[in-house]
Design a protein around this ligand. Structure first.
Ligand SMILES: NC(=O)c1ccc[n+]([C@@H]2O[C@H](COP(=O)([O-])OP(=O)(O)OC[C@H]3O[C@@H](n4cnc5c(N)ncnc54)[C@H](OP(=O)(O)O)[C@@H]3O)[C@@H](O)[C@H]2O)c1
Length: 222
């Protein structure tokens, strides 16, 4: 997508594009902005009927460079000549757990416990997105939020219980606009709490039988 090679041939005969490629840890300007524009241009060229774009709840109100690039990409999607649907979602369970997996390796848990998140199962988001894979464009669709809004402290507590982790948790009040926006709940959409899998249910399934040994920072069953 960055080099631009093979995009048009990949779109030959395609009616609906679901553009979920992203590089939050990489060059988001090149991948999420320029890559999205390139894909949109190719979609117009090849006569794609509908372009579906997953996005993120709250990016208009949360100052964060990845989100700014997602916003720019959304604008390109909205201004494109191909009919489009944008589907914002809240943070995936797997994404939140990935952050805690990293923190669990530290001797203590420094966390912005008051930030608020509404994690959702990726299967719920995928189901909604696939539901839009028709010839009917919806513009900006309703967001897909998880079933419950939680503080990061509560999410971490449930994660630690699921994995029987006991290192001390330290409340770190992160400064800056990004943390403030998360504390204010801008990343949540409680009026669209349509997700079917609660955080504790997801954890129970994900970490069933996990017997992590904190002293060694690794699971003996890995
Ligand atoms: N994660 C969340 O919590 C969350 C929440 C709401 C919305 N979303 C949105 O959902 C969508 C999918 O997110 P995700 O977290 O599932 O992403 P992900 O797991 O990081 O997967 C991103 C995909 O993009 C591909 N990709 C990266 N750079 C590329 C390039 N230059 N050309 C072609 N493909 C490239 C990656 O391919 P490789 O594997 O080959 O690198 C990977 O398959 C994104 O639009 C994201 O903004 C995510």
């Amino acid at each position: 997508m960055v080099a631009g090679t093979g995009i048009e041939s990949a779109l030959e005969g395609v009616d609906v594009v679901i553009h979920a490629a992203t590089a939050p840890q990489g060059d988001t300007e090149k991948v999420d902005v320029a890559g999205t524009k390139r894909l949109l241009d190719a979609a117009v060229e090849t006569g794609v009927e509908h372009f579906v774009y997953p996005s993120i709840v709250g990016i208009d109100d949360i100052p964060f460079s990845y989100y700014e690039h997602k916003r720019t990409a959304e604008t390109a999607v909205e201004n494109s000549n191909v009919p489009t649907t944008i589907v914002p979602a809240t943070q995936f369970h797997s994404f939140v757990a990935g952050l805690f997996d990293a923190v669990a390796k530290l001797p203590v848990w420094p966390l912005p416990t008051k930030m608020r998140v509404q994690p959702v199962a990726v299967s719920d988001v995928a189901e909604r997105i696939v539901g839009h894979a028709t010839s009917t464009a919806a513009g900006r669709a309703d967001p897909v939020g998880g079933p419950e809004v939680h503080s990061v402290g509560d999410l971490a507590g449930a994660y630690r219980r699921a994995r029987d982790l006991r290192r001390p948790m330290l409340r770190i009040p992160f400064p800056g606009g990004t943390a403030r926006a998360f504390r204010a709940g801008h990343a949540t959409c409680p009026e669209h709490a349509v997700g079917t899998v609660a955080w504790t249910e997801w954890l129970a399934e994900q970490y069933a039988g996990d017997t992590t040994d904190e002293r060694q920072n690794k699971s003996p069953v890995a």
